[in-house]
Write a new protein. Structure first.
Length: 156
């Protein structure tokens, strides 16, 4: 089964995915197609697998550690007060996690819901390579310069 995730990973591997922030050990950190909240990202597993259970124990640990490292970088580069991690895979049955900064400035009814529920039906700002470039560069720097060192990332 080929999904949008398969296609996005293939494009990332070829250097043709404009959403890519960086290559992590377990996959690709990418911007969301839309930005219902600033800094909305996804981690796409590479190689693509059906779900977290399809990974070995070491691969699971690597994927989950990458998620947390991305969350740390989001806390460093945004004014988020917490990070939500959403791994569903119901529509695109390929391992990917939505990594969502949450802000105290969000309306109460939105802040307590998953972003796909709280912002359902509302237009979100689409990803814009030029507008999002400073954020993407800040994330790369935060991931490169954090206490984990460069061993957590590939290609920076």
């Amino acid at each position: 089964m080929s999904t949008m995730i398969h296609e996005r990973v293939r494009l990332a591997q070829q250097g043709k995915n404009p959403y890519v922030i960086t290559r992590m050990k377990s996959g690709w950190l990418v911007m969301g197609d839309a930005q219902p909240v600033p800094g909305y990202c996804l981690l796409l597993a590479d190689p693509v697998v059906k779900d977290l259970n399809a990974l070995s124990e070491a691969e699971r640990a690597s994927y989950c550690l990458d998620m947390a490292r991305i969350g740390d970088a989001l806390l460093q580069t945004t004014d988020a007060y917490r990070i939500n991690y959403e791994t569903w895979g119901n529509l695109d049955q390929a391992l990917h996690t939505h990594i969502v900064p949450r802000y105290q400035t969000e309306a109460d009814d939105k802040r307590v819901s998953p972003v796909c529920v709280g912002y359902a039906g509302e237009p979100a700002r689409p990803f814009d390579p030029e507008m999002d470039k400073p954020f993407m560069e800040a994330m790369r720097a935060a991931l490169r310069d954090n206490a984990y060192g460069t061993n957590s990332m590939i290609g920076l």
